[in-house]
Design a protein around this ligand. Structure first.
Ligand code: ADP
Length: 485
């Protein structure tokens, strides 16, 4: 278990989940921080542009009334104009020489205001600039003073607005602190969430590891109804099936080796007896060798049946041909009649015609043979065996009924298990292998049918095989159907 490789932390599902959540939320927060501030800034710029430009326009048109600009004339006009809210107002002549400066004590009067905005205004353009810096909006607007289509000077307005800037700063600060709180919460939540999620995946992985090591009884419990819980459920079912298969395989291997060992041990014992006795007479030797032959026959029978079962387990598709089951039963009857006679058992067959099944004739022969042979083997002298065959609603039924030793109620299902025998000694004495009925069941299932056993009244057993009828034979025997004969 400890050979498990350590994953680099970056590849861990938990880290990936957490990082994804955090990245998504960080992107959203970034957008939330930038976008509203940008929009507000834009809005403030626009409103400033409108107000400053309209103010310059008013001043320029008032000053245009002077026709020619002089320091005294400009001052007179400017005194009458409202410049509330403005930081500074400059008026220049066409040479960019300052004629009026609202700054205290005359400021730059008679100096040249060689500024970009002055140049642009002198070329006849209205200008507006605004920047957000040093915690305030700094705006400038300039406009030409036009008299009779000629530029006679410029008006330049300056405004520094800390109030709106502070408002914007507050919004930004609030957004930042809110984002910090949200980020902290998101980090905690995403770590917890991803941990909760991945801990269940880890539990599943751990369980897979345990089962891989061969502990098929391990089951996993995951709460919830999500896909992971469903996966755990599927995993448990899969493991359950694996466990059953493994148990069946183990039992089969141990049973098979035990069954093969028994005749081999007898052979060993018999050969030892022959070898160890100094003067063995011919008759005894013959008897021992005969016993060895019987044990060898049993080994052959077991091996053949094991091979048949292996073939059935492999679920190879058999070669199917439409076969009349009544013919097969006829052949088996012919074959087993001497055995029945030897046991003084009355063997009767009541067979409908056209009971055709699409199957391998050898497989059908084995089914019928095993059932009738058992009915004779597990019977008393003077007993009866009745074989019936009929067709009903697209199915063929074969029933083998005997008045023999019978099977206890609790063993009725188990007789189809491999190597299961009700009476081991009797089965052995009769040359049984404990595999006949399991072959019958596997074969019946292979052809889409089934087999069942029940107790006969007043004594004995009844075996019933059901197989799908061959469809090509539908018309042939249908009128004779309609129930058990
Ligand atoms: P076996 O080779 O031992 O006959 P089977 O698989 O054919 O193996 O049968 C399994 C066991 O079922 C038998 O050992 C026997 O105990 C019981 N059994 C089968 N058929 C009959 C029957 N007709 N009457 C009573 N017992 C039966």
């Amino acid at each position: 278990m400890e050979e498990k490789k350590k994953k680099p932390w970056r590849r861990s599902l938990q880290v990936r989940f957490a990082l994804t959540y955090i990245a998504v939320i960080a992107a959203v927060l970034l957008l939330l921080n930038i976008y509203p501030v940008m929009v507000a800034q834009d809005f403030i710029f626009k409103s400033k542009q409108d107000s400053l430009q309209s103010q310059t326009a008013v001043m320029a048109s008032a000053l245009a009334g002077l026709e020619t600009l002089s320091k005294a004339g400009v001052e007179r006009v400017m005194e009458q104009l409202d410049s509330a809210g403005l930081t500074r107002v400059l008026v220049t002549d066409t040479n960019a020489m300052v004629l009026y400066d609202s700054a205290e004590s005359g400021g730059a009067v008679y100096r040249y205001a060689l500024l970009q905005e002055t140049r642009q205004a002198l070329s006849g353009n209205t200008v507006f600039y605004s920047v957000y810096q040093n915690g305030q909006f700094e705006s400038r607007a300039a406009s030409p003073i036009v008299y009779r289509n000629g530029v006679i000077g410029t008006v330049i307005l300056y405004e520094e607005d800390a109030e709106q800037a502070a408002l914007l700063q507050r919004v930004q600060n609030n957004l930042t602190s809110l984002s910090l709180v949200v980020t902290a919460v998101v980090i905690v939540v995403s770590v917890l969430l991803s941990k909760a999620m991945t801990s269940r995946v880890s539990a599943l992985l751990k369980a897979i590891g345990i089962v891989r090591e061969g502990n098929y009884s391990h089951r996993i419990q995951l709460r919830g109804r999500d896909e992971l819980a469903q996966m755990a459920d599927e995993f448990n079912q899969l493991t359950g099936r694996l466990q059953t298969t493994e148990e069946v395989r183990r039992r089969f291997v141990s049973d098979a080796s035990h069954e093969l060992k028994t005749p081999l041990a007898s052979i060993r014992l018999l050969t030892d007896s022959i070898l160890q006795s100094e003067s063995i007479d011919m008759d005894t030797a013959r008897e021992f060798v005969g016993d060895i032959g019987e044990e060898a026959d049993r080994l052959i029978r077991i091996s053949e049946r094991l091979l048949t079962l292996t073939r059935l387990d492999a679920q190879l598709e058999p070669v199917r041909t439409p076969t009349r089951l009544e013919d097969v039963v006829g052949r088996v009857e012919h074959m087993l009649r001497p055995l029945a006679n030897a046991g003084q058992i009355e063997l009767t067959c009541q067979l409908e015609r056209d009971c055709t099944v699409e199957a391998n004739p050898d497989d059908l022969y084995q089914i019928v043979f095993n059932l009738i042979e058992n009915a004779i083997k597990y019977n008393y002298p003077g007993g009866q065996v009745l074989v019936r065959l009929w067709r009903r609603e697209g199915e063929i039924f074969l029933q083998v009924e005997d008045t023999g030793v019978g099977i206890p109620e609790e063993d009725l299902d188990r007789v189809f298990d491999r190597f299961y025998r009700v009476d081991k000694a009797r089965s052995r004495a009769a040359g049984g292998t404990g595999l006949g009925l399991s072959i019958v069941r596997s074969m019946a299932r292979q052809y889409g049918g089934a087999v069942s056993a029940r107790r006969n009244q007043p004594k004995g057993s009844v075996f019933l095989v059901r197989l799908p009828a061959w469809e090509g034979a539908e018309s042939a025997g249908e009128e004779k159907g309609g129930g058990q004969p």
